[in-house]
Design a protein around this ligand. Structure first.
Ligand SMILES: *Cc1c(COP(=O)(O)O)cnc(C)c1O
Length: 233
């Protein structure tokens, strides 16, 4: 068994245990395998083991890897979890089934135009910068209601959830609690929160999607690829 297939089984068991221990878990929790920086040879064993949801944080990198894999496994669900520039919206909408990083009105407008043009309907998450960190992408909690109103209600975009990346130095629980509260208030059913270090805590607060990279694939090489997800485009 490849190491990532072995790790996946252990993570799925931990997700299951965390859901059983939670007072109010989400109806389901999907494991998104975050495959950024990892080549197809590390991804294929997971596909053979039944993994279908994958996350990438760069459109260009995903375009190089995923079309061939999608040909072989048409039921792959590909999630964009990194910042999206408006000039990449066309490529992103063509490739991704879910976009977790809607964080500004201008991007909502560009997505609206591209969804109308292409007829595609990717699941959208509004990214909330719960820690209000200067360098991090995401709309502030105070501005989130206006962005949800603009994108979901005014533009009728398929916004179904919220996503956050808590500050690395913080206890994650209050951030997950805040995201869950915001989602409940706006009747958004999906919550994308929790990574390798804290996905069990996120499940306690109702995560429907956990994004797990290093616990699955091993540590990434430090080439700045991981920080790309965390900063503004
Ligand atoms: C890289 C990344 C992850 C996965 O992080 P790990 O700590 O390796 O599990 C999750 N979410 C986002 C947005 C990322 O960029």
């Amino acid at each position: 068994m490849s190491p990532q297939v072995h790790n996946r089984a252990a993570i799925l068991a931990r997700i299951d245990a965390a859901r059983k221990a939670a007072l109010a878990p989400a109806p389901s929790t999907t494991l998104i395998a975050v495959s950024k920086t990892h080549g197809a040879e590390h991804i294929r064993p997971l596909l053979e083991a039944g993994q279908r949801d994958f996350g990438e944080n760069r459109v260009q990198e995903a375009l190089a890897k995923w079309p061939a894999l999608k040909d072989d496994y048409p039921d792959i669900v590909l999630h964009l979890i990194g910042p999206l520039q408006t000039n990449k919206v066309r490529e992103a909408v063509a490739l991704f089934d879910a976009i977790h990083t809607l964080d500004r009105p201008k991007l909502a407008d560009a997505l609206k135009a591209e969804l109308a043009r292409s007829g595609r309907t990717p699941t959208l998450f509004v990214q909330v910068n719960t820690g209000e960190e200067e360098q991090k992408a995401g709309v502030s909690p105070a501005e989130a209601p206006a962005l949800i109103a603009h994108s979901r209600d005014a533009l009728s975009l398929p916004v179904q959830g919220l996503m956050c990346i808590p500050p690395v130095e913080d206890e994650p629980a209050p951030h997950f609690a805040l995201l869950a509260k915001l989602a409940g208030r706006h009747r958004l059913p999906l919550l994308s929160m929790g990574m390798s270090a804290d996905f069990e805590t996120a499940i306690r607060f109702g995560a429907t999607h956990v994004r797990v990279g290093s616990a699955l694939f091993g540590a990434r090489a430090q080439i700045g690829a991981s920080s790309g997800a965390l900063t503004r485009p």
